[in-house]
Design a protein around this ligand. Sequence first.
Ligand SMILES: Cc1cc2nc3c(=O)[nH]c(=O)nc-3n(C[C@H](O)[C@H](O)[C@H](O)COP(=O)(O)OP(=O)(O)OC[C@H]3O[C@@H](n4cnc5c(N)ncnc54)[C@H](O)[C@@H]3O)c2cc1C
Length: 312
Amino acid sequence: MPGVYDVVIIGGGPAGLTAALYTARARFRTLILERLAPGGQMATTEHIENYPGFPLGMNGVDLSLRMLEQAERFGTEVIYDEVERVELAGPIKVIRGQLGSYEGRTVILATGASPRKLGVVGEDKFTGAGVSYCATCDGALYADKRVVVVGGADSAVEEASFLTRFASQVTIIHRRDQFRAAPIIVERALQNPKIQVMYDTVVEAIYGERSVTSVAVRNVKTNTTETVATSGVFIYVGLIPNAGFLAGVLPLDRGGYVLASEHDLSTQEEGVFAAGDVRPKSLRQVATAVGDGALAAAGVERYLSGVIKTER
Ligand SMILES: Cc1cc2nc3c(=O)[nH]c(=O)nc-3n(C[C@H](O)[C@H](O)[C@H](O)COP(=O)(O)OP(=O)(O)OC[C@H]3O[C@@H](n4cnc5c(N)ncnc54)[C@H](O)[C@@H]3O)c2cc1C
């Protein structure tokens, strides 16, 4: 075991990377545990144009690597391991990963969220063979092919526009009669001749042989059904928090998000904080995740300095 860290940050997305930048810069021994790659959801986004400081926008992977570099510059250690269990009571917290166990005087939970599944026939069978949750990762596989995007919020509409770089046609299938995305994103998509929209429509099944060939859809107003030929199905229907390993350890809300004080992001366990998409909040973006990271780090600093008790 590599000794006791001042802070163990679980998750290396923008919330975790920012928290690490602050705590490492404050000279606290800081460890990030990340199960995949730095950047989290941010790294699956092709173009981020609403994060301040980059007037022309920024590629999500590049922004992730910059945040990592900045955190590491001040001494943050990163270990790639998936956390499976935590023991958070008492002054030394124990974090058990697949590869090892780690100890921290404080913990920041920054595990973010993962794409929600549609839950229809064929979804699991064709994941990786036509079904995708990441246009940035898989879009290039659909050069000159038809794809559908399922969803109606920012990520769905934005990623539909991105997919027109490769696909010959992109059909957005949305269950309501209007989008929930920002007007500028919708405007851009609707002006794109490669994009068409099926409103009031839900996907009921995904069909194929070795890979996807079509989806069965139903209009929720007329109840008519039809089959739409497609090679790819990109699903953006919301998120689920990566907090399963915290069930029974910390209070979660009905959606499974980790409850934390709005004031300083402290959780019910002293010295444990929650930051970013893993906690209940009204806006899940890079900017708000970064803000949470800074706030949780400030809580850690105060807790470790013994200046004030965390709010519970
Ligand atoms: C397609 C898409 C497009 C988006 N576009 C934009 C945009 O244009 N602008 C914008 O501001 N925001 C955008 N967002 C939202 C933004 O990316 C998120 O709000 C932000 O990344 C949340 O940061 P986070 O650090 O809280 O969590 P995440 O980014 O989800 O990072 C959490 C990290 O924790 C890791 N992790 C999870 N569980 C464990 C575990 N048990 N052990 C170890 N590690 C674990 C994950 O691997 C991940 O790296 C987009 C999101 C998506 C999906």
